[in-house]
Structure formats: C-alpha cells, structure tokens
Design a protein around this ligand. Structure first.
Ligand code: NAP
Length: 524
C-alpha cells in the first residue's frame, strides 16, 4: 500500500486543507518525505456524519459478522507486511523486534474481541418473565442487554503506535461493541496511522459494511481533536496520553450540551513497595529486575515503575548501591519525539532542583539528541510526604527511590497516594502477612495490584484491568485493555413486554445463540 498523506473520510481520500505536516525520524531529526494533510473541521464533520449513518446498520450486525470484520482487519494489518514495520520504525525509532511484537499484540487483540463476539455472552442478557398472577400487581416481561453507544472518537497514543493507536484497543473494543469510529491519529506517526487506517477500510469493504464505519483524521492541531469531542453525533471518547491532554478533552466533553463519557488513560507512577524480608533474600535480583523494568521501551510506558519505596535498613542501603550501579550501566536510547524527550529532561530537572531530592546515578548518554538517559533519584520518606509534586509522572526511564524511616511512614505514603494504574508489593509470606493493611490501602488506589513482579507488560486477556482511580484515568470503573474494555462503549437497555419477533436474538426466549444469561435471577 502506498502512502499519500490524505485523511481517510469514509471511503474517500480527503485533502481539503492546504496545510501539510511531516513525520520526523526521532533518531536523525530528519523529516520524512510524505506530506500529510492536516484535517479540517469540515472533514471531521463529514466523518462524524458518515459514522452516524453507518451506525444505524452496523450496530445491528450479528456478533458473528462483527467477529468476521475484526478478523479481516487483523488479516489486512498482517498483509501490510514489512512496509508497516519499516515506516513505523522511521517514525518512532522503536526497534523492529518491539514493533513486530506490538503488531502481534494488535492483531491478537482484534482476534480476542472476535472470540468474545462469537461466544456472545458479553451482552450480559437478563430476562425476568412476566407473571400475570403476581399479587398485588402483575409482573411485566422485562429483558435487558448491552447495546452500542453510537459513533466513538478515538485518540491514538504516541507510545504504542500500533496497539494503542488506529487499530488499537480503543478502536477494537468500540467496533466490537457495535460502534462506528472516527480516529484522530497521533501526529508523531501519521504514515503508520494511514497504512493501518487503509487496512481497516479494506476490511470494511471486504465485509460489505457501509461507508463510515471507520474514518481517520490527522494533524498536529488540537483543533481537530476538539472538533471530534464537540461533535454532537460523537457519543464517547477513548484516549491514551498525557494528563494535560486527557483532562482537557474530558472537560471539553463535559461542556457539551449533551456531555459524553471520555475514557482517558492518563498514565501513572506505579509505586513499587519492597518489604524487608524479601529485599534481604533477593537484593541483587530485585535491583536487576527493577532496572530492566525502568529501561523497557525507554521508560515510555504508562506502567513504568516511577516510584520505588524501601525502608531505611542496611539491606535497603545495599539495594540502593546495587540499583545505582545497574542504572549507571544502562545506555540511553532514542525517545519517541523530541517533545517527549525534553519533557522527560525538564521533569527530572524540576525534581533535582528541589533540595530534598538527590540524583544517585545516571546511565550513559549516546550521540543523538532525542535520547532519554536513565536516572535514579532519591528522597527521604518525610520529604516525599510533604511534596505531592514528587508523585507526578516523569515519562521516561527513571525511578524515584523513597527511603522510609519505619513501617508507619511506609503506610502513610501508601495512604497519601493518588490514583495509579498499578502498585507492586515485593514480599515474602511473612512480609505480606505483616503488611495486610498496606495491601488493603493499595486496593483503593490502583486498578492492578501485583505481588513480586514488574508492572510493565500488560497482558491482553479477559481479566485484565488497565485503569485506576483519577488521575490515572477519568473513570476508575473501566479498563482500556482486555475484553472488559468493550463495556466502555455500551449501555444497558431494557425491553418491556416486547413481542418475540421484535426481540434481539440475545433475548429471545429459546436462546438461539445459546449464550449464558440470567433468567429470573438464575445464571443459565
Ligand atoms: P498528548 O500530548 O496527551 O497527546 C495525545 C493526543 O491527544 C494527540 O493526538 C494530541 O494532539 C491530542 N491532544 C492533546 N491535548 C489536546 C487538547 N487539549 N485538545 C485536543 N487534543 C489534544 O500525549 P503525547 O503526545 O503522546 O505525549 C506527551 C506526554 O504525554 C508525554 O511526555 C507523557 O508524559 C504523556 N504520555 C502518557 C502516556 C500514557 O501511557 N498515559 C502515553 C503517551 C504519552 P496534538 O498532538 O495534535 O496536540
């Protein structure tokens, strides 16, 4: 497939504005050749109108047909072959192996949603049969299931150019739910976005679906994203990125005459608590594992362990020295954009300007400007507790080591935490039994609680929660990874006294789809 830099509005290549923008190779600082055309508000409007008109029929498609569509998207992405990986490497500086892995995750995600649709029970069907003889009043026939919300706006993330971008988790779950989608591609990888967008539209055509099931608008202007959120036909938003961006879009959506849900995943610092007995038993292994987790993907993961909490023991001092050495041996690598690199540097500098924070060690800096140098910072527990800024995400390969005086201080740190995506506790059975209160406190702070592991690496599966209380996300009841992400784009509807012929298959009395349902209060 050839790149032409157009926006993809339904089945048309669209180039209304005269304004072009270019992707930049973060490794070389060179602009790439393709002139991408910035979308206009009128193109956003057309995309939303097409999405609404396609929604009328797409939402009624059977689970089997939607599953076939998702599988076809996966095949079309695979059919892009190496050209997708090559352009993505140029636009993001991410290594080939990582991008091939991410492509596998992206198509795997689409296929997992396809399986969910084939199985069918996700609609959570509930039936209460009528009881005309009930006293004092008869009971009506009521039947409930989840239905699609409407056209959805999706914002592609910079740090997962495939798995959280044009055909990523937000798009896959919205299409699975029966929603049509308008994507705002991330301006750091427009060529990757265009190729994947074309693959989706190819699948739309192959499956004989209506024009408008999918559109892609591009551009580095926030006006394009704002226009999607403000459009009255758009009924929900999926976003992954910065707190600033996510919160701005959330506020924008709430200013609408008809406010809509914004599912914004805005990152977090993912505290890691290391308890004393475990630390004593496995000091070098924990230091090495933590170093790997900090450096993974040049720290550009929302699950990067940005906070590490230890006690003030001799073992903890030994751990500090080992971790310092591990970080010192790391070599810097190119970050996704020069903006992300400078935000990383200035975020670290802001911390280092504080008299309470010290830099324990730094990795080695390479040649190119856009590299993020790994760094280990440290602060005393009492100073951390007195300065809420230190809990904020510095997106990149660093961690802040918090040295606590005693168990009470450690617990207080947990109690003071704001919402995060994950928290990790390292502990032996004795440690964990002695710290049940810590675990109970952390349960209220995060979406995923790990014992003796690393927060990076989010499994795509049925039980995953990639979410958490504000400010990690804008809605702690939801997940943006795993099949449970589908319910972000659905709502329940109840059909009362509906004749059989009008009921959706999922709610017909003889259960033609053979799905699991709750009948008169019993799971069947
Ligand atoms: P971003 O600045 O939040 O941008 C993400 C997307 O949202 C882009 O398409 C951007 O469009 C759009 N956007 C941002 N603010 C907007 C606004 N006020 N109105 C409308 N659209 C808006 O994220 P980024 O460019 O990926 O990286 C910047 C920082 O975000 C990083 O340094 C890091 O701190 C954080 N980040 C977090 C995660 C995470 O996993 N949670 C992932 C990636 C990045 P424009 O580019 O056109 O403005």
């Amino acid at each position: 497939m050839i790149l032409n830099g157009s926006n993809i509005i339904g089945f048309s290549d669209s180039r209304q504005s005269g304004e072009s923008f270019y992707a930049v190779n973060p490794k070389t600082g060179q602009q790439l050749n393709t002139a991408h055309v910035q979308a206009t508000i009128s193109e956003v409007n057309t995309a939303a109108e097409l999405a609404e008109s396609a929604f009328q029929s797409y939402r009624k498609l059977s689970g089997m047909k939607k599953a076939k569509f998702l599988e076809t998207i996966a095949e079309e992405i695979e059919n892009l072959g190496d050209s997708l990986i090559e352009i993505c490497m140029q636009e993001t500086a991410l290594p080939e192996a990582r991008l091939k892995g991410e492509r596998g995750r992206t198509v795997g995600q689409l296929r997992l949603f396809a399986q969910l649709l084939q199985e069918g029970s996700w609609v959570d069907a509930r039936i209460d049969f009528a009881n005309p003889n009930r006293q004092p009043v008869p009971r009506p026939d009521t039947r409930q299931m989840q239905i699609a919300l409407g056209p959805v706006g999706v914002f592609g993330a910079s740090n997962f150019p495939l798995a959280f971008s044009v055909a990523g988790g937000d798009t896959a779950s919205a299409l699975a739910a029966g929603c049509t989608v308008v994507v705002k591609g991330h301006p750091a990888h427009p060529g990757t976005s265009e190729l994947v967008g074309r693959a989706i539209n190819q699948a739309v055509k192959k499956c004989n679906l209506p024009e408008g099931v999918f559109s892609l608008v591009q551009g580095p202007s926030i006006a394009v994203g704002q226009a999607i959120v403000r459009h009255s036909l758009i009924k929900a938003i999926g976003f992954t990125g910065s707190y600033r961006g996510g919160k701005a879009l959330f506020d924008e959506a709430n200013k609408r005459d008809e406010p809509i849900p914004v599912y914004a995943e805005m990152g977090s610092t993912n505290p890691v608590f290391i308890l004393p007995e475990k630390l004593k038993q496995e000091t070098p292994a924990i230091a090495q594992g933590l170093k790997n987790s900090i450096q993974l993907g040049v720290g550009q993961f929302c699950t990067n362990p940005g906070l590490t909490i230890v006690d003030g023991s001799e073992t903890a001092k030994e751990f500090e020295q080992l971790l310092s050495k591990e970080v010192e041996d790391l070599v810097s690598a190119t970050m996704l954009t020069s903006g992300i690199q400078s935000a990383y540097e200035s975020g670290l500098q802001k911390f280092k300007d504080k008299t309470t924070v010290s830099s324990l060690s730094q990795g080695k800096k390479g040649d190119d400007e856009t590299q993020g140098v790994p760094e280990l910072l440290a602060v005393k527990g009492k100073d951390f507790l007195a300065d809420s800024e230190l809990e904020k995400e510095v997106f990149g390969p660093s961690t802040l080591l918090v040295q606590t005086e005693d168990d009470k201080e450690l617990l207080q740190i947990a109690k003071n935490l704001e919402g995060h995506l994950t928290a990790t506790v390292y502990g032996t059975e004795n440690d964990l039994k002695a710290n049940e209160e810590l675990l109970a406190v952390l349960e209220r702070k995060v979406g995923r609680l790990l014992i003796n592991g690393y927060p990076t690496g989010v499994e795509v599966c049925h039980s995953m929660v990639h979410g958490g209380p504000f400010p990690a996300t804008s809605d702690s009841r939801m997940t943006s990874v795993g099949t449970a992400a589908i319910t972000r784009f659905t709502r329940p509807i109840c059909y009362q006294n509906y004749p059989e012929f009008l009921l959706p298959e999922e709610l017909k009395t003889d259960n033609p789809l053979k799905i699991s349902r709750i009948i008169n209060g019993e799971r069947q």
